[in-house]
Design a protein around this ligand. Structure first.
Ligand SMILES: C[S@@+](CC[C@H](N)C(=O)[O-])C[C@H]1O[C@@H](n2cnc3c(N)ncnc32)[C@H](O)[C@@H]1O
Length: 401
């Protein structure tokens, strides 16, 4: 992968795509082949995936095998890569308890360990470590912990290990292995931390102040967050206001930052439908728009855009769309906009605004929309959110049939 391609994928990753690749390319019930396929995909396509990976994975294997644990705890399952690594080395009566706060990741992790043939050795717990750790003894019947792999958000390492110590479950010889002690990948961002910061620092019911607080947090603490951000946000504001839409659609809500931007500019009877595939993101987005005082203007739909778009008319009673903000995974821009066109909901003048046209980039979409006879398109140059890297937004206006 050359520098340009690496940049393209930097900080945006699709865990689902990695699991799909694994299923197509790994032998079922062969844990080593599952690890190989995931590594292959990540090296080639998604270098920012936050699995422990093959190189540090070998260190994990060695320390884990030397410990020869019976009871293992993992903080942060992600897609279950390290769970497969550890479970395949567990002794006959061993068990791994893997705690993950994001339900979408827990689901993928369960699929991955099942596919790898080690599902019977792993218990996934879908909750935050801070909630679960104090209940490990009473709820999960754990008497003692032999090995702990710490690999969730970096700011939680210290409090959660302190809380584990307080459970009294460590024995002499318990091994604690923490990943990313030098480099937390940019993509390891915590949307939850951004929302907590916003709640502590923004005035409730003040949409402008909510945007300000989120931007402040992201510039200072989490530049890897994928909100449209303040700079491109102003372009979004202008194009949105010029369009003055009654019905707006967003593909990719994340934590609801752009939903707040748009909802605050909607006319009195306007409505924004925002589609988000990740339930944890959809939940945060609802909290953020409610906190900002614009919750009554937004309907979040927790599903993939490809499932929802064909049902916009019948299930959601939408008769026509005035504005679309396209900001989900970049490979879905083209198929989902094609599917939107097929609904017949675009009217003459419908505006489609696509984010990240340069970074990470959506070349197939740009080629499609710029050469489409029923659209006229224009690029708005800017910078990637919370960064000085070049990016642009592509505005395309539907000209009718
Ligand atoms: C770049 S973020 C969206 C940022 C948001 N628009 C903002 O500016 O505040 C992309 C979001 O799209 C979601 N996503 C990815 N694929 C999707 C799909 N097929 N359908 C709906 N949402 C998707 C991801 O879970 C992620 O939350």
């Amino acid at each position: 992968m050359d520098e340009k391609d690496a940049a393209k994928f930097d900080s945006y990753c699709s865990p689902e795509a990695a699991v799909e690749y694994m299923k197509r390319n790994a032998r079922q019930e062969d844990a080593d082949d599952v690890l190989r396929a995931i590594d292959e995909h990540c090296w080639k396509e998604q270098p920012r995936m936050s699995n422990v990976g093959d190189e540090k994975g070998k260190i994990l294997d060695k320390i884990f095998s030397d410990c020869n644990p019976v009871v293992v705890i993992e903080l942060g399952s992600f897609i279950g890569y390290s769970a497969v690594r550890m479970a395949r080395l567990l002794q006959r009566d061993g068990r791994l308890y893997s705690i993950e706060t994001n339900p979408a990741y827990t689901k993928l992790a369960q699929e991955v360990v099942n596919y790898a043939g080690v599902g019977d050795k792993v218990t996934f717990i879908n909750d935050s470590a801070s909630n679960i750790v104090p209940r490990l003894k009473d709820t999960y019947g754990i008497e003692s912990i032999d090995f702990l792999f710490v690999d969730h958000w970096k700011t939680y390492y210290k409090p959660d290990v302190m809380s584990l110590l307080e459970t009294g479950l460590f024995r002499k010889g318990t091994v604690v292995l923490a990943d990313n002690t030098i480099y937390p990948a940019e993509s390891n961002c915590s949307p939850e931390a951004a929302v907590e910061y916003m709640k502590r620092n923004a005035r409730q019911g003040d949409a402008e102040d909510v945007l300000r607080a989120i931007d402040e947090h992201c510039w200072k603490e989490q530049p890897g967050m994928m909100n449209v951000g303040d700079e491109k946000g102003k372009i979004l504001d202008k194009i949105f206001s010029d369009c003055n839409p009654a019905v707006a659609l967003e593909l990719g809500s994340f934590i609801g930052y752009s939903a707040v931007r748009m909802a605050r500019l909607l006319p009195r009877d306007g409505r924004l439908y925002s589609i988000e595939t990740n339930p944890a993101h959809a939940k945060l987005a609802q909290e953020v728009v409610n906190f900002a005082g614009v919750g009554d203007k937004v309907t979040f739909i927790n599903d993939s855009a490809s499932n929802i778009v064909p049902r916009l008319r019948d299930t959601y009673g939408i008769g026509s769309i005035d504005f679309v903000f396209v900001d989900h995974w970049k490979t879905y821009y083209k198929p989902d906009v094609i599917s939107l066109l097929e609904t017949g909901l675009f009217r003459k003048g419908t505006v489609v605004l696509a984010d990240n046209a340069i970074y990470p980039g959506c070349p197939d979409y740009l080629e499609f929309i710029r050469s489409h006879p029923n659209f006229t398109s224009k690029a708005f140059d800017s910078h990637l959110e919370y960064s000085d890297k070049k990016d642009s937004m592509e505005k395309s206006v539907y000209l009718g049939e």
